[in-house]
Design a protein around this ligand. Structure first.
Ligand code: SAM
Length: 176
């Protein structure tokens, strides 16, 4: 994901300085780095420990540079499957780019199933009225999952990547 799109998604999540941002499919931390630049506190997690370590290295680097607004106490990263994620504190916003199974691995799970299971588990980790900004492929209809789990869709934007993939950015609010 480009830094520009990552920053755009962070902004769409309504997160403010000093609030807590979570990316549960953090990869090497592209989205979290954009959060760092606007001074949010950060939690990343990933099923792949190498990715989790990459995030920690990148955020550690950010904490040493002036234009990033974080210090080493402001971030943490965990090696965990999103379906088992139960944080000890609820977050103000979730911004994430789950795997579609094209260039990034879903760990053998069907992409639609991962999105459903992700939404089920993320609900527990979000504060009341928290926002979720998520990227998903055009061919995956996440609306039935949103309706089933009590999430409200607020905005939707389309980005054409190439002839067989349009990326959809959905901004969603937890309503329960
Ligand atoms: C599209 S990448 C995220 C890229 C990230 N936005 C970045 O800029 O670096 C998706 C990530 O999801 C992770 N992943 C796949 N299945 C997962 C699961 N069940 N729980 C947590 N992470 C998972 C993969 O290891 C991969 O790092």
């Amino acid at each position: 994901m480009s830094p520009k799109l990552a920053r755009c998604m962070v902004n769409l999540s309504h997160i403010k300085e000093d609030q807590l941002l979570l990316d549960p499919f953090c990869g090497t931390g592209g989205i979290l780095i954009e959060g760092a630049m606007i001074g949010t506190k950060l939690i990343g997690s990933d099923i792949n420990w190498k990715m989790k370590n990459g995030t920690l290295i990148n955020l550690d680097y950010c904490s040493d540079i002036d234009y990033c607004n974080i210090c080493e106490n402001d971030f943490e990263a965990h090696h965990i499957d999103v379906r088992e994620l139960k944080l000890y504190k609820k977050v103000d916003a979730v911004v994430t780019d789950p795997p579609y199974g094209i260039s990034t691995s879903t760990g053998g799970e069907k992409s639609g199933k991962i999105f459903h299971q992700f939404l089920e588990s993320i609900d527990y980790n979000m504060k009341e009225n928290a926002y979720l900004c998520i990227a998903h492929p055009h061919y995956l209809d996440i609306d039935p999952f949103l309706n089933e789990l009590g999430f409200k869709l607020l905005e939707r934007h389309k980005i054409k990547m190439h002839k067989s993939l349009t990326r959809i950015i959905s901004v969603i609010k937890k309503t329960n």
